[in-house]
Design a protein around this ligand. Structure first.
Ligand code: HEC
Length: 455
């Protein structure tokens, strides 16, 4: 493989992508789509009801949203490109080849969104009276562009879960309009509007507003949120119905990890508890109790963000062992390459190993093979620590395990490499576990592992 391998210490590669991506989802769904839509609706209500309160709320809130979306939103969006192209270059490269046009168009759409929202903000005070209608149309134009973004990106996210016929026909259409596309799109929009209403309420109760207006707005956003949450619930059921059952069986494990995976009751308890809390929160909002909402809104935002994290975690995890089902494993090895690697080995064709290895021994070989095969999901000494996973086993035992990773847990890909390479990696892992190779003493094997980012 021609790309250098980076391993993020402690956090691990998957978690690094996840942290950035979840933040991006919260901002892009919750603010860029959900909250701006609430602003446009509020402006409309202000216009219809000749209410300065609605109008001021909308404009003030928009300023905060623009600040957050163009800073945190844009930076985490670019962050996804930066991080995935460093940590999963083959994966993102292959996706880019399949989805070149949707992504290219999305780039244009995103630029249009930024331009429209800025014009929308800066013409707010100027386009009044007769021109108010044009201003409202501009807002609707922004929302339409934001929805276009969601329409385009969800095709790619759906594909990574249900690639369906693509591995055979390799056509953009079957990749884009994959089975989980529509349900996931509806689900994401439901999430966007639930979060949008929630953020609106958060802004409302923590800024000084006229009391009666506050109550009226709480009731309005409450109804909106309850409707959106119903959409979330129904589309989540729809979505899980189209996910292949082999993937679905990993869901519980994705959230609970091996430590708690045997306690489904705990999983359901926490999830139902969270859902009931959100329902309770919105009923309180419907009762127009400003003080209670002020007390509960931060926990409600926290619970909602945890739900979003869980949804993304499950989606990313359950498709394991694949990054692109039917085509590429999570460790970026193509399914059809595996027999070749088993026959000819991984190391001879690894550009960075051959360019940087100072000596040829089983430690440097093993470290590099671990980086290639396992570091997408395991760290050395951090989250999902490989040392814990092989602790207490003999070198022979580890050798056996490496040949059966895909059978031990169904979301792990098989090891790619020759028998000699499997031996080298077993030896490396054994010595890591028994302490012969010290963590934090990278000089022993770092030169062979292809560069910065490693331990
Ligand atoms: C797609 C992600 C992924 C990849 C790639 C991966 N693993 Fe895992 N592996 C996991 C997860 C997740 C677990 C379970 C963690 C837990 O216990 O919660 C696991 C568990 C394990 C276990 C313990 C299994 C058990 O039942 O006790 C071993 C051993 C292991 N992995 C070895 C490897 C080796 C060796 C490689 C490289 C050839 C590898 N893994 C590649 C995700 C992965």
């Amino acid at each position: 493989m021609e790309f250098p391998i980076f391993q993020v210490p402690y956090l691990g590669n998957g978690m690094t992508i996840a942290l950035d991506a979840v933040l991006h989802v919260v901002v892009s769904h919750g603010l860029a789509i959900g909250a701006v839509s609430m602003v446009v609706v509020s402006e409309y209500l202000g216009h219809r009801r000749a209410s300065r309160d609605w109008e001021c709320f909308a404009k003030d809130f928009l300023r905060v949203i623009i600040f957050l979306t163009t800073s945190v939103g844009a930076m985490t969006g670019v962050g996804i490109w930066l991080i995935t192209s460093a940590l999963a270059p083959r994966g993102i490269g292959s996706l880019l080849r399949v989805f070149f046009w949707p992504w290219f168009i999305e780039w244009g759409v995103f630029t249009a969104e930024v331009v429209i929202v800025l014009i929308y903000y800066y013409t707010w005070e100027r386009w009044t009276g007769e021109r108010k209608k044009h201003h409202l149309r501009l807002g609707i134009g922004y929302v339409a562009a934001a929805l276009c973004s969601a329409l385009l990106i969800t095709g790619i996210l759906g594909f990574m879960l249900t690639s369906d016929g693509w591995p055979w026909d390799k056509s953009l259409w079957s990749a884009f309009f994959n089975p989980s596309y529509i349900p996931q799109l509806v689900l994401r929009l439901g999430i966007a509007y639930s979060l949008g209403a929630l953020f609106s309420v958060g802004y409302l109760v923590f800024t000084s507003r006229e009391r009666n207006f506050c109550k009226e707005a709480l009731a309005f956003f409450g109804k909106f949120a309850l409707f959106s949450l119903t959409v979330v619930l129904l589309s989540a059921i729809w979505y899980f119905n189209v996910v292949p059952s082999t993937f679905k069986t990993h869901s519980l494990y994705a959230v609970m990890t091996s430590r708690f995976s045997q306690q489904p009751g705990l999983f359901w308890g926490i999830n139902i508890g969270g859902a009931v809390f959100l329902l309770f929160f919105w009923l309180v909002a419907l009762r127009r109790s400003v003080i209670s909402v002020r007390l509960l809104v931060v926990p409600a935002i926290t619970v909602s963000i945890l739900f979003v994290s869980q949804f993304e975690r499950v989606r990313e995890f359950i498709r394991g062992p694949y990054l692109m089902p039917g085509y590429m494993y999570a460790n970026q090895v193509l399914l059809e390459e595996t027999p070749l690697f088993a026959k000819e080995g991984m190391l001879p064709s690894s550009y960075w190993y051959n360019a940087t290895a100072k000596r040829v021994d089983s430690v440097s070989q093993g470290a590099y093979l671990f980086a290639q095969n396992c570091s997408a999901c395991h760290t050395i000494g951090g989250i999902n620590n490989i040392v814990d996973r092989v602790q207490g086993r003999t070198a022979d035992g580890i050798y056996v395990i490496i040949g059966h990773t895909q059978e031990m847990v169904p979301f792990m890909p098989p090891f790619s490499g020759t028998d000699q390479e499997r031996r080298a990696m077993a030896d490396f892992l054994f010595r890591l576990a028994d302490g012969t190779i010290k963590l934090g003493a990278p000089s022993r094997f770092a030169p062979a592992t292809g560069g910065p980012g490693h331990e």
